[in-house]
Design a protein around this ligand. Structure first.
Ligand SMILES: *Cc1c(COP(=O)(O)O)cnc(C)c1O
Length: 410
């Protein structure tokens, strides 16, 4: 081994890579938050307004949700001890899944430790190397990673562009026809999109996508991470709002956003869920979620579905329209809690975020690879827990920045 010229030392190599990220304005660091999740954060010795959380209804800090977590920890223990298929399938998991299925009006539901592992496990179970996965250009990283890891042929359609999607579906149908002709197994064609897009706050035309899905005999997976608890009757999501949920084979959601806990889930037919129990590797080979997380999510879900959920959604809607009006923007047809301010270059977004922080307001700057290069932005998220004064303060601070918004980066 004496000839070591070509050997890269880990420290040197990683230092070089990090320096490159710094040069590009893409270097990231963690900041320690000294308070619980809520409309205010403690950063070092300062308290600042928080417009970066996905805790859209303020349920992460709700006393009943917290108590449900505490009670579950006392009764069921801190950890689940094993994977669900071994001996970790506890009553809180089963109860939560029953409630989720009822909530989404499907036969069954399955929870995972995170939304990320939900996407990866489900996509890899449904699609393989002979199949085709078609993704919206702005789909979340976990959907992209799941699609890649599945080994399926990947196609990306322009964001919310039905013509482009149909164009790709035609190609996929050709591939299928040729396979059938050759006497080989036809590929699965799986369309994957979000219902509310995490970095833009806009919504997918789910009814039209479902129409194309039917026309081309494809399957459809919709990630409702940012719609669950917020849109639709009783907060069931955008698919329910658009009356498209019965046409979507695979409904995905997360428990860590409006539901204030942690985890991810799939709702669908009993057969789909039985299949995932058998084939989703991120479900099978992972310790069951902690009982506290499942119990907290179940308690939050109960609130979300009840009259209080209705009130929280209404309050959030008022905050969002107050903020849009203050920015001089029209209200979206389907308003969501995510309001992006696209600034373009990463440095611009970083500078604006730093300036807001000076003014006592935390808003995250989002850069590549979370969004496209040149589409860096402030990603403002509002919560029902914000007061009208909080939102007024944010709007005033943003006006004070004198920003020159870029296009939407598409
Ligand atoms: C946050 C998010 C996920 C991942 O969920 P986690 O529970 O945080 O892992 C998946 N999809 C979308 C669209 C998200 O925004």
């Amino acid at each position: 081994m004496g000839d070591s010229v070509a050997i890269m030392k880990l420290e040197e190599e990683l230092t070089r890579r990090l320096a490159k990220l710094r040069e590009q304005g893409l270097y990231r660091t963690l900041r320690e938050i000294g308070s619980a999740q809520g409309p205010r954060l403690t950063l070092g010795n300062r308290t600042v307004l928080n417009f970066g959380s996905n805790d859209y209804l303020g349920l992460a800090g709700d006393p009943r949700v917290k108590e449900a977590a505490a009670e579950a920890a006392r009764h069921w223990g801190a950890g689940s001890g094993a994977s669900r298929l071994v001996c970790g399938n506890l009553e809180p998991h089963v109860r939560l899944e029953r409630a989720l299925a009822e909530f989404k009006q499907t036969e069954a539901a399955l929870t995972f430790s995170s939304g990320y592992t939900t996407a990866v496990g489900t996509l890899c179970a449904l699609a393989g190397k002979d199949d085709i996965v078609i993704l919206d250009k702005r789909a979340h990283a976990c959907l992209v990673d799941g699609a890649r890891l599945s080994g399926a042929r990947l196609r990306v359609f322009a964001h919310n562009d039905l013509e482009d999607l149909e164009h790709i579906l035609k190609w996929a149908a050709d591939v299928r026809a040729r396979r059938v002709q050759a006497g080989t197994a036809p590929p699965v064609i799986l369309i994957v999109t979000e219902s509310v897009f995490s970095m833009d706050g806009d919504t997918a035309p789910l009814r039209k996508i479902a129409g194309l899905k039917d026309a081309y005999d494809a399957w459809l997976l919709v990630d409702e991470a940012h719609a669950t608890g917020l849109l639709g009757p009783a907060g069931a999501g955008l698919a329910a709002e658009l009356d498209a949920h019965a046409r979507i084979e695979v409904l995905m959601g997360t428990l860590g956003k409006a539901l204030g806990s942690a985890g991810g889930f799939i709702c669908g037919s009993r057969t789909l869920i039985d299949y995932l129990v058998n084939r989703a590797r991120s479900f099978i080979f992972s310790t069951a979620p902690v009982p506290a997380a499942a119990a907290a999510a179940a308690a939050a879900l109960e609130l979300v579905r009840g009259p209080e959920g209705e009130e929280l959604r209404l309050r959030l809607k008022q905050r969002v329209s107050q903020f849009q009006a203050a920015l001089g923007r029209p209200n979206l047809e389907i308003p969501t809690a995510i309001v992006p301010l696209v600034l373009g270059p990463a440095e611009e977004a970083m500078r604006a975020a730093a300036e807001l922080l000076e003014a006592g307001i935390y808003v995250p700057a989002i850069r590549y690879p979370a969004v496209a290069r040149g589409a860096a932005r402030l990603r403002i998220t509002l919560s029902a827990a914000h007061s009208a004064e909080d939102v007024g303060q944010l709007a005033a601070a943003i006006r004070g920045l004198q920003l020159q918004p870029a296009g939407d980066g598409s």
